[in-house]
Ligand binder design. Structure first.
Ligand code: TMP
Ligand code: ASP
Length: 239
């Protein structure tokens, strides 16, 4: 399948049309942003890691019965996926306190929760992705009640699969962000990416950060952290 014209460019990926109207090609860039684009940079090799990591994790989720947009990896940076209309909700699942949870509620990072939490943001750069609840999402007609119920159920199921898998790799899955899309027939599937850009991944023993917080917080060692996360994943994958 060939790339035809570009239909979209986001902060970390480009999307191309293909000859099949129901399939598009996503191409992962090395561009990195944080704080809604206020901080910009390049993480060399990030696009390759994020493409390959997303695809392996999505394939694993599919096996566990979670529908995703993934079709086929085409190259280091390019992947064929089903065309979806993205539901404008960012879904965040947390297993431990970190990031905005810690700052918003005034607690330290690293508190292990008894049960995972879920929160939604309205995916809207102009408004800085404001936090909202399911009632707000319904009022804004961002999704139906049935879609929200499906998204919640799938998000916790994703957490069960990924948390267990990363644990096998010696990595604690602290939190992550998911996006969902609607296929032409309305089916909700997992879309976007699952990578060190969108997850907090800590070494299970040392708590060393293997994710984009190294870029957000100017900690250095960003490329090495992405490479290490990928290495751990590959060491525990069949293929
Ligand atoms: P937060 O603590 O900043 O709310 O982030 C929670 C998780 O969501 C973390 O793993 C990083 C991810 N995330 C994104 O993927 N995109 C974003 O724009 C933000 C703010 C967070
Ligand atoms: N989504 C944020 C941005 O685009 C990045 C982040 O903090 O993950 O700037």
């Amino acid at each position: 399948m060939e790339k035809l014209e570009q239909v979209y460019e986001g902060k970390a990926k480009k999307v191309y049309r293909t000859e099949d109207p129901e399939l598009v090609i996503v191409s992962y860039k090395d561009d990195a942003t944080a704080f809604n684009g206020a901080k910009r940079g390049t993480i060399v090799g990030k696009g390759v890691v994020n493409n390959q990591m997303t695809n392996r994790l999505m394939a694993r989720l599919e096996k566990a019965g979670i529908p995703t947009h993934f079709v086929q990896e085409l190259s280091d940076r390019d992947t064929l996926v089903k065309r979806v209309d993205i539901v404008p909700l960012e879904v965040i699942i947390r297993n431990l306190s970190a990031g905005h949870f810690a700052s918003r509620y005034g607690v330290e990072e690293g508190i292990v929760f008894d049960a995972p939490t879920i929160e939604f943001s309205y995916k809207c750069d102009e408004l800085d992705d404001p936090l909202l609840n399911a009632y707000h999402a319904l009022a804004l007609k961002l999704a139906t009640q049935e879609e929200i119920d499906t998204i919640k159920r799938l998000s916790f199921a994703v957490n069960d699969v990924l948390k267990a898998f990363w644990a096998e790799c010696g990595v604690t899955l602290v939190d992550f962000k998911l996006e969902f899309g609607r296929l032409r027939d309305g089916t909700i599937v997992l879309a976007d990416e699952i990578s060190p850009d969108t997850c907090r991944l800590w070494d299970a023993k040392t708590h060393e950060k293997l994710d984009k917080d190294r870029f957000r917080r100017d900690m250095g060692g960003v490329e090495d952290a992405y490479a290490e996360a990928m290495k751990r994943l590959l060491a525990h994958s069949e293929g």
